[in-house]
Design a protein around this ligand. Structure first.
Ligand SMILES: NC(=O)c1ccc[n+]([C@@H]2O[C@H](COP(=O)([O-])OP(=O)(O)OC[C@H]3O[C@@H](n4cnc5c(N)ncnc54)[C@H](OP(=O)(O)O)[C@@H]3O)[C@@H](O)[C@H]2O)c1
Length: 337
């Protein structure tokens, strides 16, 4: 059995990790840690779950685990990651701390100096379907953000194949409110969210933009700028990204769909829908799936890709467990179906 620990178990992503790891056939959950929850138990924090003690970070037995998951805010994660790595423990970090390779870019977008720039080089971006060889041997995984997961899974096959023409790529992405974490704020207040749809950080202002562009540009440095407009949907969970992509000369809707099918054919967690069927939130919520659909607009020379994921599963805890499976040579679907 792989011995695992969770930091930040009192949050939404931490709870989802707890749920997945407790039913994982090859993982023994050794500890679940939260500073505010220390001394209480999972059933006290989440009344409908099985019980499990919650301990403080200081009491986490790093000498008894093979891997830890960090479901913590950026800035906090890096410090815990350093402690775990020093104890010989592999780390899967769900925060943004190790996703951006350039500490200057991190400082610009996250408004603080990077807490562990010396660890950035070895961190491996954990977009599982696109990075398995590096994930297999990694000590430190930067689990992708939720919006980047949906956007990149849709765009990377086209980027790699040279199917994207000159012009703007527009990502219009809607997320359920759990994407903002469990701590309430005015913008996530029920009265603000219910029966409403609110754009935020639209254009080129959201922190996930540099993460998406960093990966796209690694495949094609000549791609034009992305416009990325997130919106808050009045549902608990799920992301639907609608992505407008200018096509390179000669490319058609059918060719793009064939490309996606060919790219993801054997993948257990990426599904491409047939012509005429559009991905919706319901296709993915509650699962580790990313569901993709393609609509051509030949008059405008573009295709519209639609990508649906559950932000807490494929966009966070599920992909983290998928990465654990790859890191430890387990069946990639273990604990996730
Ligand atoms: N929600 C999503 O859809 C999603 C998707 C992908 C990635 N992520 C990333 O995953 C991480 C967790 O997100 P979340 O949505 O689960 O957030 P959350 O619900 O707000 O939970 C945050 C967790 O971090 C702990 N924490 C907060 N401040 C802390 C501090 N100063 N020191 C120690 N622990 C602290 C909280 O514990 P206490 O109860 O002790 O405060 C809680 O367990 C974030 O980095 C987020 O960006 C989230």
């Amino acid at each position: 059995m792989i011995r695992a620990g969770i930091y930040g178990v009192s949050g939404y992503a931490g709870f989802e990790l707890f749920r997945l790891l407790r039913r994982h056939p090859a993982v023994a959950l050794i500890f679940a840690a939260s500073e505010s929850g220390a001394g209480s138990s999972m059933a006290q924090l989440f009344p409908v779950t099985e019980d499990f003690p919650i301990i403080s970070f200081a009491d986490a037995p790093l000498d008894q685990v093979d891997v830890v998951f960090l479901a913590l805010p950026h800035g906090v994660s890096a410090t815990v990651a350093r402690q775990a790595l020093a104890a010989g423990v592999r780390v899967i970090d769900l925060s943004a701390d190790f996703r951006l390779k350039d500490p200057g870019v991190y400082a610009r977008w996250y408004k603080e100096e990077h807490p562990a720039p010396d660890l950035l080089e070895e961190a491996v971006y954990g977009l599982t379907e696109w990075n398995r060889p590096a994930i297999r041997s990694a000590r430190l995984i930067a689990n992708p953000g939720c919006y980047p997961t949906a956007t990149l899974l849709a765009l990377l096959p086209l980027t790699r194949a040279g199917a994207i023409g000159p012009g703007l790529i527009i990502v219009d992405a809607k997320s359920g409110v759990s994407g903002a974490g469990r701590k309430p704020s005015l913008t996530t207040h029920f009265v603000e969210v219910d029966e409403n749809l609110s754009p935020y950080n639209i254009g080129r202002a959201h922190r996930h933009l540099p993460e998406i562009e960093q990966i796209l540009h690694a495949f094609n440095g000549a791609l034009g700028p992305l416009v990325f407009s997130p919106q808050l949907l009045p549902v608990a969970r799920g992301i639907l990204a609608t992505i407008y992509v200018p096509l390179a000369s000669g490319w058609t809707e059918g060719m793009v769909r064939d490309l996606l099918v060919e790219s993801y054919g054997p993948e257990p967690f990426v599904k491409v829908l047939p012509p005429g069927t559009l991905a919706t939130l319901r296709h993915s919520v509650g699962t580790n799936l990313c569901v993709l659909s393609v609509t051509g607009v030949p008059e405008a020379g573009l295709v519209i890709l639609t990508a649906s994921i559950d932000n807490l599963i494929k966009g966070a805890a599920g992909q983290a467990v998928q990465n654990l499976n790859v890191m430890f040579g387990l069946e990639e679907t273990a604990g996730l179906l």
